[in-house]
Design a protein around this ligand. Structure first.
Ligand code: NAD
Length: 320
């Protein structure tokens, strides 16, 4: 099979490329950045998916599209770029995929199409109303709507996968990493909050004495945040969506079977880093969010293998 993987240089995309090549598929990667893979069954288009000319090059000869690329940012200054990449870009890809009559279009969406900090019930499942509260969540909500539109009007078969918070194991131990830095490390959290215009950085700022610490982030109500899926599990779920017959035209949450709370996660990290730990309440409710894997199990046969403790072991053993 010839599969187009957008976001091929990203944390999920690069693993999906590995899995597809291991089973013998030909793969076209499509990203702003090269993956740096030397392999006769892999070639790539370097460009933006909001550029129709680049999309036309990428879609050539493709049978299945795995649209895993996106621009993830929650900064107000990035809102236009988020919309252009995730909404306009998805439109161009869908239009090209429908015209090329591909067998399946798999969209990586996000749990953020639902209100992450104020879900109506837990675990969030596919019946939960979509009410995004960020421009990024809105961009994926619109991408889901457009995917349904191309199915309705042009018969494009699809699978929408709503991914949970997803990390590479090695990022968990890296204060400079995009997600895990501000999730676990006090000084990265303070830097992130200042970028968001929150000069005092809530409880994180109050806990700062100029030295690095691990942070148990809680909402204003003192409830710790909860999250984490391993990129290896999510990549395996994406590849299941290429063929699974019962997944056709379904929307499916993909996450960990059990989400880890940040107090449990930080205790494990502290055991390895020996850094002191502070607990800080941030403004607003906690991101205390779990999603149901019931449909993923039923339609994809999805069974995550990794949990947070195993990811930490792996991160400090030098794995990925
Ligand atoms: P990532 O940021 O690691 O990779 C995304 C890739 O998309 C990057 O390599 C980037 O260069 C590329 N990209 C961005 N804008 C582009 C554009 N305009 N044109 C071409 N390429 C562009 O993301 P990830 O963690 O691998 O996530 C994969 C997918 O899952 C994304 O669609 C993301 O929105 C979604 N998702 C991720 C998480 C998570 O926690 N990682 C959670 C929910 C949903």
């Amino acid at each position: 099979m010839h599969v187009l993987v957008t976001g091929s240089a990203g944390r999920v995309g690069r693993r999906v490329v590995d899995l597809l090549r291991a089973r013998g598929d030909n793969v076209t990667g499509f990203d702003l950045k090269p993956l740096g893979r030397a392999d006769g069954g892999y070639h790539e288009v370097i460009g933006a998916f909001d550029d129709p000319a680049a999309v036309a090059r990428a879609i050539d000869g493709v049978e299945v599209v795995l649209h895993l690329g996106a621009f993830m940012s929650w900064l107000a200054a990035d809102a236009g770029r988020v919309y252009a990449a995730n909404t306009t870009g998805t439109f161009h890809l869908l239009a090209a995929a429908a015209a090329a009559k591909v067998r399946r279009f798999v969209l990586a969406s996000t749990g953020e199409v639902c209100p992450e900090v104020r879900p109506r019930y837990l675990p969030v499942d596919e019946s939960h109303p979509r009410e995004p509260t960020s421009v990024y969540g809105l961009s994926k909500h619109l991408a889901e709507e457009m995917t349904a539109f191309f199915h309705r009007t042009q018969g494009l078969p699809f699978v929408i996968l709503r991914l949970s918070h997803t990390q590479d194991a090695r990022e968990l131990a890296d204060p400079a990493s995009f997600f895990s830095g501000p999730r676990f490390f006090l000084r990265s959290k303070i830097r992130q909050q200042r970028e968001f215009g929150n000069a005092r950085a809530g409880g994180a700022g109050a806990a700062d004495d100029g030295t690095e610490k691990l942070l148990i982030q809680c909402g204003g109500d003192g409830v710790p945040y909860r999250m984490f899926a391993d990129a290896r599990d999510i990549a395996a779920g994406v590849v299941l969506a290429v063929d699974a017959p019962r997944a056709e035209n379904a929307t499916i949450f993909l996450g960990p079977d059990e989400a880890t709370t940040l107090d449990a996660a930080v205790a494990l990290l502290a055991g390895r880093t020996r850094l002191p730990v502070v607990r800080a309440n941030m403004p607003g409710p906690a991101v205390n969010y779990t999603t149901s894997n019931a449909r993923a199990r039923e339609l994809l046969g999805f069974h995550p293998r990794w949990n947070f403790a195993a990811m930490i072991e792996d991160a400090f053993a030098g794995g990925t």
